[in-house]
Design a protein around this ligand. Structure first.
Ligand SMILES: NC(=O)c1ccc[n+]([C@@H]2O[C@H](COP(=O)([O-])OP(=O)(O)OC[C@H]3O[C@@H](n4cnc5c(N)ncnc54)[C@H](O)[C@@H]3O)[C@@H](O)[C@H]2O)c1
Length: 394
């Protein structure tokens, strides 16, 4: 480990999330990294920091003050800023989602592949990849402990958001400003964990309701049916309009069933693989005998700090990134496919046609007549300004 080197980091976009990252870096929370510049077109936002401040990302990237940048801007800007930074030889940690649509992800990955320095690191803030339950489940699938996966159901309806939330930030919840709703803003984490643990499906049928619970034009309720070439089927349900919400992931495999809900990780293990038992037993109704396995573990991993520390170690010591940005295209593709299916009323086959999706999205943005209501003062703004842990809601 290289103890003497330090990474000079600039944060681009210091709104809610970027300010959190910038404060952590300024306070020395991330070992061997320090905040050396910030950038935001909003003067009040950038003036909160006592490091060189820039209005325009191009100036920060060319200032010579940074080795690496965190991009925490609205989603459409992730693409041009990342491409610019990578072309200049800088390391990049990008907030989720990697981009709004698959075609933009492809451009970012092409820029990374053409990077001037082979050692450049390009990673994404997928902090839930550090959570022990998902790591354990991924391992159980990879090692065959769970057997071949037959069915996946994930209900993620605990992303509750209010009208006051949607009114904040002019870019939010519009086709033109954000490029989507719950699939683009809240669910990139779930969709990334999904593809990370189970891989991408081959066919997707999505059902979305647009502005069902809020005065917005994008989706705030989603049900998707997914099929894999292996024969496995899956249902993914999410919304920002349900309270109290649920977060329950149930995975049925040949060798048993895993349920993740709240702080519970339960594994009911079949003594004999389900299909083999069904073929060989003389029983007519009795399922295979099971063992109930309790796997004690913490729900939360090292999250944002873990991804930061790993990013710094990836740059300084050559450690493998936990969430390489090149993998970020998959969750974007899955979210895009669900939306495209809902718009067309058809099953979408993956790989998604990136050009057709971009065209359909641009048409929605161009023909939108949606008028965003005026922002309402939010009662939790003061708490956030005083340093409340905003990441608890992410
Ligand atoms: N990983 C997580 O836990 C998590 C949580 C929340 C948000 N996010 C992500 O962080 C990003 C920002 O979200 P937010 O909630 O902080 O939004 P926000 O609206 O609070 O902040 C965005 C900031 O970017 C600034 N900005 C806009 N265009 C810019 C540009 N071209 N260059 C520099 N700055 C620019 C805005 O002025 C604003 O201050 C999004 O990608 C979002 O999905 C991640």
């Amino acid at each position: 480990m290289n103890e003497n080197r330090h990474l000079r980091v600039g944060v681009i976009g210091v709104g809610s999330m970027g300010a959190f990252h910038a404060k952590e870096l300024a306070q020395g929370v991330v070992a061997r990294a320090r905040l050396t510049a910030v950038c935001d077109p909003d003067r009040a936002a950038r003036d909160r920091f006592e490091v060189p401040r820039f209005e325009d990302s191009r100036a920060l990237l060319r200032s010579g003050l940074v080795d690496a940048v965190m991009i925490a801007t609205p989603h459409y800007d992730h693409t041009p800023i990342a491409i610019d930074a990578l072309g200049l030889g800088l390391h990049v940690l990008c907030e989720k989602p990697l981009a709004v649509h698959k075609a933009d992800c492809e451009k970012m990955i092409a820029a990374y592949e053409a990077r001037p320095q082979k050692s450049q690191v390009f990673a994404e803030m997928f902090q839930h990849r550090t959570d022990p339950p998902y790591r354990k489940l991924k391992e159980m699938i990879a090692t065959g402990e769970l057997g071949e996966v037959r069915r996946i159901n994930w209900i993620v309806t605990d992303w509750f958001r209010t009208e006051a939330y949607y009114r904040s930030g002019g870019w939010r919840a519009t086709w033109r400003g954000e490029g989507g709703g719950v699939l683009l803003n809240q669910c990139p984490h779930n969709l990334d964990l999904w593809q990370w643990m189970f891989g991408l499906p081959s066919r997707v049928r999505g059902f979305c309701r647009f502005g069902r619970y809020h005065d917005i034009e994008v989706e705030d309720e989603v049900t998707a049916y997914l099929e894999y070439d292996s024969g496995a089927t899956a249902v993914f349900v999410t919304t920002t309009g349900e309270a109290p919400g649920t977060n329950r992931l149930e995975v049925a495999g040949e060798r048993g069933k895993v349920v993740l809900e709240g702080d519970r990780f339960s594994f009911t293990r079949n003594e004999m693989a389900m299909s083999e038992y069904s073929r060989t037993t003389s029983e007519r109704f009795t399922p295979p005998a099971v063992w109930n396995v309790t796997i004690p573990m913490q729900t939360a991993g090292s999250r944002h700090r873990g991804i930061w520390q790993n990013f710094v170690s990836a740059v300084l010591d050559g450690e493998t990134p936990i969430a390489p940005a090149t993998e970020g295209i998959r969750s974007v593709e899955l979210g895009n496919a669900i939306l495209h299916s809902a718009w067309t009323g058809q099953t979408v086959t993956l790989p998604l046609d990136a050009v057709a999706y971009q065209r359909a999205l641009e048409e929605r943005a161009a023909t939108s007549r949606y008028q965003k209501p005026e922002p309402a003062p939010a009662t939790d703004d003061a708490a956030r300004a005083n340093g409340a842990d905003i990441t608890k809601s992410f």
